[in-house]
Write a protein that binds this ligand. Structure first.
Ligand code: CA
Length: 254
């Protein structure tokens, strides 16, 4: 199959670059660089999409199997997934069900050659946010992704809570048990990441990538320091550590 009906090259997109350290975590619904996972075993199609997203200043990561997709999502946080269904080691629908069951809430667009109405319905019932049949137009794919991200951004609450912790993303304020808590930009970003991923295990790599935009070994000690500081500022105790350390894996908000 030909990769896709050729769309014209997408025009330059306005992308808000991070204005300052921690600035990307303001939770605003503005267009900004996104990290997108492409699960596609047809290399040509995958690379075609990857290139288009990269040209629009997004970060795209291409994988070609269910196993690689699982690893990618376990290692890193993505803001959207483009998912093929017919994969060499399984069905994309099973992957999707798995992810939704594990609490992965980011938008997923199914891109598949299966284009019967029933296939579309099944995909949406399994937790997909959109469904595009192959062959597809690149312009349409990009427009749909943008729409998904916009909806996602708009739907995101500006208030995050967990137990007695309240975070206001617009006011950039945090309270614990009703008392204001002063956080630095990085601490704020880290707490927001935990609150956005309640119950999910965040690996050190994932945290380093999202908060420090790096994944160097040296950064990992830094994460421990920041987590300890957060616990202290938020009044965590030994009985209620708030952020659980999972040896050799990462952290989990409890
Ligand atoms: Ca395929």
């Amino acid at each position: 199959m030909s990769p896709a009906r050729q769309g014209t090259a997408a025009g330059p997109n306005k992308v808000c670059r991070d204005p300052a350290p921690g600035g990307r975590w303001r939770g605003a619904a503005t267009a900004r660089a996104m990290k997108v996972l492409i699960v596609e075993d047809e290399l040509k199609v995958g690379q075609f999409i990857e290139r288009a997203l990269t040209e629009q200043s997004h970060t795209a990561h291409l994988v070609g199997s269910c196993a690689e997709a699982r690893d990618a999502l376990a290692d890193s946080a993505y803001e959207a997934v483009i998912l093929d269904l017919g994969l060499p080691d399984g069905d994309g629908l099973d992957l999707l069900r798995e992810w939704r069951g594990a609490g992965f809430n980011e938008p997923v667009l199914i891109l598949s050659a299966r284009d019967a109405v029933n296939d579309r319905i099944r995909g949406l019932n399994h937790g997909a946010d959109d469904y595009l049949a192959k062959p597809f137009s690149l312009e349409e794919l990009l427009a749909r992704i943008r729409a998904l991200l916009r909806r996602q951004g708009g739907a995101k609450s500006t208030q995050l809570t967990h137990g007695d912790i309240r975070m206001d993303l617009l006011a950039r304020s945090v309270t614990a048990a009703g008392q204001p808590v002063e956080l630095t930009n990085r601490e704020f970003a880290l707490l927001e990441l935990f609150l956005q991923n309640r119950g999910r295990v965040l690996t050190r790599t994932m945290i380093a990538e999202r908060i420090w935009e790096a994944s160097y070994e040296m950064e990992t000690n830094l994460i421990d320091v920041y987590v300890r500081r957060l616990r202290k500022k938020l009044g965590a105790t030994e009985e209620r550590p708030l952020i659980r350390t999972l040896r050799g894996t990462g952290y989990q908000l409890t």
